[in-house]
Design a protein around this ligand. Sequence first.
Ligand SMILES: [Zn+2]
Length: 490
Amino acid sequence: MEYEVVIGMEMHVELNTTSKMFCACPARFFGAEPNTQTCPTCLGMPGALPTLNRRAIEDTVLLGMALNCQINTHTFWERKSYWYPDLPKGYQITQYEYPMCHDGAIDLDVRDLSNGWNDVSYAKRVRIRRAHLEEDTGKLTHAGDVSLVDYNRSGVPLVEIVTEPDIFSAHEAYAYLSAIQDIVRYLGIGTADMEKGALRCEPNLSLRPRGSSAFGTKVEIKNLNSLRAVRDSIAFEIERQTALLNAGGRVRQVTLGWDDARGVTVEQRSKEDAHDYRYFPEPDLPPLDIDAAWLGEIRSRLIELPLDKARRYQSALGLSAYDAAVLTSDPAIAAWFERAAGPSPTPARVKAAANWISTDLFRLMKGGVALADVKVQPEQLGELIDLVDAKTVNISTARSVFEEMFASGQSAGAIVAAKGLGQINDVATLSTVVDGVLAASPSQVAQYRAGQEKLFGYFVGQAMKATQGKGNAQVLNTLLRRALGAASQT
Ligand SMILES: [Zn+2]
């Protein structure tokens, strides 16, 4: 029988605010000694009171806006009770009844590579059920018989995003995750680095006979620390469950882990019915009201998002889907490109700027240089493109000029002037060169005039040599034809 997979995604995104959600400890704890970024509040000491982090609230609302969510302007905090060593208070402060953001949607461009080279791309919309703000837990490390706990992460602001079951393949899951990652980075509200746990996701998936509307038994996959692991684990589960169902077996409701080295899912525990978390309103925090002015202030931080930008680069600037994707992968690159192309650029200039960035600039940055540290400014690349357009330099000279600009930060014009690299366009100067070449090669001139027309290339070569490669090739051609032809008539 043919089955189809239905996937819902639950995801946690750490915010990169300066301080934690409910105390003044640093939220950027990565690399710090264990248990050094803590205080009585995030250690859950009795009597320690939480205070709200305004920036974390704004970042969550901003993310909700980017995900086209409705924003609950009146919410409150709730305690989710459960006991686990990474949660020192015995409860997590979260939002349950009224999440800050709900009923949104995200648009994706999905690339399905499952047919090998027949790469299929299509647009897709995934509905967002809710996105709310809560606090992160500490981190447990299991080593043999002992478990170590580090509370540096305890209380870091965390946004939980839950989708509707709208994802129907491993490729769509991959596209969804990378789109969220891009948005978080564009908005500058987090690193969304999966390897460092700043973005964590738990897909739940079930198989059902194709065409059926009922849901099958759901499994959840945890411990996924890369986009590739998400895609591969889902693909693995689809295959495993299809084989199991076709053999007459039944899928059990379990939580699975992903063994990246072996490329298999591993059962962690069977899933009991929903826990009784005994949610109740947090008595130590007032309800949260966001008024229209504050909402407007947050909305003003909403910038053009990566997918919109990529689509605009294609429709308005005429770039290919590939070029658009490369240039919008990082907001800093996109901004650099727009400055290099300049205001209201022609299609040729857009293409030139895109080519310079994706070939020469990226090649020179390969040594590990960050864009922020690149000495050459985008407007300086714009000037170099102008010099090529105006035929002041030819393209191969321009390439070496750009290398020098990259190394020194000098302008293209200054380098061309200092090194005398400018293309020679002056007709009088080039006429003198042509006269000299003809005078120095009387036998070749005679042969050419006797009908050896392929000798023309020889004269061009001599003229370019005489100008150290800087002669305008078009002008030289015209002058040579005229000189050789005119002389033959005398
Ligand atoms: Zn603290």
